[in-house]
Design a protein around this ligand. Structure first.
Ligand code: MN
Ligand code: MN
Length: 457
């Protein structure tokens, strides 16, 4: 019999670490409240990394600066993805320790030509609206009748960029998708994608709703045509908050997967260099299949590994292939937590539980593990040893009952290099809803685990 069971009870551990845990979670809450797009996350993390002595790879390449063990570098991909390295004391070809998380979250995106008027008001229309196209897996009704904010940027033909964040300051207006009152609704009323239209203005004093909205946009330098070259995300307005009388949880937008992106970066920044290179990858587009130039399926990550190896004087094709092949990876992503309100799709024996620490998924997929990365027992055994030696609380879980569903992560993409890969993150309630819930304890345990993983042999 093992001493530690799958998911040890929490109280003693919480008491031990509560000071550090609360400090960590307070910093996390302000990050999550501030950063609601990929670009905002990258800007935040790049500033933090710079402060801790990480240097931008592009500048080092330009100046042909040689790198040595212990050096810290980072590279940004199109302002929406990032990779950071702490160079190890042994050659790259012995393998890296890689943490990979994603920083995109489900939301509503504006269409290319979003602005239009609708509704009857004499000769004119009553409302000005933004047409949206949702991003990622959402339950559409959850995005109605709540305050929404606009985050993003507008790119003008003269190459200027206008950053936009409206709806977060308490003096800002907010926006919203309206819903029908119960008295007029039928059981069958469904919110379909085309109904997710954001009301952004009403009848003005002397102007049509659209003219009034355009006037405000113009005051910040944006013309209607500029919206064609914009990237504006509609997200829940408001801050991340403590959840529950005991403040043991956090409610916020985008815990999937910014909670673990935050934990990864904090782990990397506070670690001393070790034998293997320590690497953190923050990817975009996970929620829509990891596609595109900033998604995990792009070559950005491996290109940056090649660049860093070159600056270390270690690059050749074989050494590069070995470096990838000998690496070990934690795919840091959240999973569904057991929900007392929704026990139906869960198997209590295997579902991830809140307050039970880091949640490992050996495999995902559905219909007989289809499309999943099934982690190797040799790797799992080494991780168990590492966690037990460092007193980290963890659980081995599956998402939902067999054949009840399933979801993918970036695990399979990195597995293609022949790396050891496993998913390990934290359980979430109301996953993919505008406001998701996690436990502080789980988040802090994931940070403690990622730290020791990065230093692992
Ligand atoms: Mn995720
Ligand atoms: Mn997700």
């Amino acid at each position: 019999m093992e001493k530690k069971t799958n998911g040890s009870r929490r109280p003693s551990k919480i008491d031990q670490n509560s000071g550090r845990m609360n400090d960590f979670c307070n910093r996390y809450k302000s990050f999550l409240s501030e950063c609601k797009t990929e670009r905002e996350c990258i800007k935040f993390f790049a500033a933090e990394l710079e402060q801790k002595g990480f240097r931008p790879l592009s500048k080092l390449i330009e100046s042909k600066t040689k790198l040595k063990p212990g050096d810290k570098v980072y590279a940004i991909n199109m302002n929406k993805a990032l990779v950071a390295f702490v160079v190890g004391t042994q050659p790259f070809e012995k393998g890296m320790n890689i943490l990979c998380a994603h920083i995109d979250s489900p939301r509503l995106d504006l269409k290319s030509k979003p602005l239009y008027e609708d509704g009857e008001c004499g000769d004119s229309s009553e409302f000005c609206l933004f047409d949206t196209h949702y991003y990622g897996g959402i339950k559409k009704y959850q995005w109605t009748a709540l305050p929404l904010a606009l985050h993003g940027l507008v790119c003008k033909k003269d190459a200027t960029k206008i950053d936009l964040k409206i709806g977060e300051d308490e003096n800002d207006p907010v926006f919203g998708v309206t819903d029908l009152l119960p008295h007029l609704s039928k059981e069958s009323d469904k919110i379909i994608g085309e109904k997710l239209n954001l009301i952004v203005g009403g009848v003005g004093e002397n102007a049509s709703p659209k003219t009034a909205v355009l006037k405000v946009l113009k005051s910040i330098g944006v013309e209607e045509k500029d919206l064609i070259s914009s990237e504006i995300e509609v997200v829940p307005a408001g801050k991340a908050r403590d959840f529950g009388f005991d403040r043991s949880m956090i409610m916020g937008y985008g815990h999937d997967d910014r909670s673990l992106a935050f934990a990864c970066v904090q782990a990397l920044m506070t670690n001393p260099p070790s034998k293997r290179a320590q690497v953190v990858v923050l990817a975009d587009k996970e929620e829509i299949g990891s596609t595109g130039a900033t998604g995990m399926k792009s070559k950005f990550f491996e290109n940056m590994v090649a660049e860093v190896m070159a600056l270390c004087g270690e690059y050749n094709e074989l050494a590069f292939k070995r470096a990838l092949n000998k690496s070990q990876v934690i795919s840091c992503d959240v999973t569904a937590g057991y929900d007392p309100n929704w026990p139906e799709p869960s198997n209590k024996k295997t579902e991830a539980l809140l307050f039970r620490g880091v949640a490992f998924c050996k495999y995902g997929g559905s219909r007989g593990k289809n499309d999943s990365n099934d982690a190797n027992p040799e790797y799992i055994a080494a991780l168990r040893k590492l966690m037990d030696e460092n007193d980290i609380t963890y659980q081995f879980t599956e998402m939902g009952k067999v054949d009840a569903g399933g979801g993918g992560t970036v695990a399979f993409i990195l597995a293609e290099y022949g790396m050891q890969v496993i998913d390990a993150g934290i359980p979430v309630l109301s996953m993919h809803a505008p406001w998701e819930v996690i436990s502080k304890f789980d988040l802090f345990e994931s940070y403690r685990f990622y730290k020791v993983f990065l230093e692992m042999m």
